[in-house]
Design a protein around this ligand. Structure first.
Ligand code: PLP
Ligand code: COI
Length: 362
């Protein structure tokens, strides 16, 4: 065992061989294959964050009374490491760190200092660097934190575990970068004003699953949520933000107002769109407008954006009363251009003029 900085290192006694790893990474899909190690850290009131460990990925032994199992005090992040010609890089990890802190605050959990969060993520990327795919793939990183105190009363836990795991991934959607079909949920909503919509907490996803199942039953890839008050305004997808491209070179996207996740991809795309000369409007956009604009041709394209899915064109929209197509139902021109720019920056092929890319020292 060696110690560097805050983290002790206990290497996996029998990591996957290069051959086993190559087989596992051949066609990894999304979130099914995991690397050899994990990073774990503990928080107590007395000691704060301590006991940082880099060790073999293994199950946790948690008590049946651990409060996460009862009251779902859990938050997470999603980010990727890319293999570029200059080494392995992370994309805007400071943004994941600060969003994790905001999620923690909303869920009455202790914040992780941003530099400690980034250090923990980099520890895992370093130890499992061989798992960062070449080519189109990337290493999806999942930092998360949960309440680990054994106590059944309802109050914030006094103990937490923070962990980072990693999974080599390909495209999120089965069809790769083909335009996807989405289901608009008229009944189920994701987040109400004053709720937890802007936090990346597991509970938001638990409550979205029944709507996602409805989407799947209707042959759709993802669910689109409308607002919880009027069931009228488009909010976001189950795991992505959404943007609309108009015929006058305007990009419209729902505003951040506490009920949707402030996506890092969304923020990056808005910046790139402005730089490309587009007018960007963060404003409420209703399902009715979406349908009418798609039919009149005022709306040219719609795309979903997020770390897992990157930028995915939406070709068809289904809802209880029918369906409508967007543009030519395929991947739109602006969608493809913005995706190429973003992916180019992430992969070190387009100049990073914003300081978004951070190289991990190996
Ligand atoms: N909205 C939801 C509900 C998400 O789960 C995600 C993915 O993390 C996003 C939006 C996009 O966020 P980001 O671009 O930071 O990955
Ligand atoms: C991500 O993009 O990181 C998410 O958490 C969304 C989920 C669909 C995997």
């Amino acid at each position: 065992m060696t110690t560097t900085s805050l983290f002790t290192h206990t290497p996996h006694p029998s990591p996957k061989t290069a051959e086993e790893r190559a087989v596992a990474m051949q066609n990894p899909g999304f979130g099914k294959v995991f690397t050899d190690h994990m990073v774990v850290m503990t928080w107590t009131e007395e000691k704060g964050w301590h006991k940082g460990e880099v060790k073999a990925r293994a199950p946790f032994a948690i008590d049946p009374a651990a409060s996460v199992l009862h009251y779902a005090q859990e938050i997470f992040e999603g980010m990727k490491a890319y293999r570029t010609k200059d080494g392995i890089v992370l994309f805007r990890p400071d943004q994941n760190a600060s969003r994790m802190a905001l999620s923690a605050e909303r869920m009455a959990m202790p914040a992780i200092p941003e530099d400690l969060f980034i250090q923990a993520v980099e520890e895992l990327v370093r130890v499992d660097a061989d798992w960062v795919p070449e080519g189109d793939g990337s290493l999806y990183l999942r930092p998360f934190m949960f309440a680990s105190e054994n106590f059944l009363g309802v109050r914030p836990s006094l103990e937490y575990i923070f962990c980072v795991i990693a999974s080599p991934v390909g495209a999120y959607f089965k069809g790769g970068y083909q335009a996807v079909t989405v289901w608009t949920s008229e009944h189920y909503t994701r987040a109400a004003p004053g709720g937890t919509g802007a936090a990346k907490c597991g509970g938001n996803y638990a409550s979205s699953l029944v709507a996602q199942a409805e989407a799947t039953k209707n042959g759709c890839d993802q669910v689109v949520f409308l607002d919880a008050v009027e069931h009228r305004w488009i909010e976001e997808l189950g795991g992505m933000n959404v943007c609309f491209v108009m015929d006058d070179n305007t990009l419209v996207t729902p505003p951040l107002g506490g009920t949707i996740l402030p996506g890092i991809t969304r923020n990056s795309i808005l910046t790139l769109a402005k730089e490309a000369g587009m007018k960007v409007e963060e404003r409420p956009y209703s399902f009715e407008e979406w349908k009418n604009d798609a039919q009149s041709g005022k709306l040219r394209e719609t795309f979903a954006c997020g770390t897992a899915a990157v930028v995915a064109g939406i070709g068809t929209v289904r809802y209880r009363g029918g369906e409508f197509a967007i543009g030519n139902s395929g991947d739109g021109e602006v969608t493809a251009k913005l995706r190429a720019k973003l992916v180019g920056i992430q992969r070190g092929e387009v100049e990073d003029t914003h300081g978004w890319v951070r190289t991990v020292s190996l």
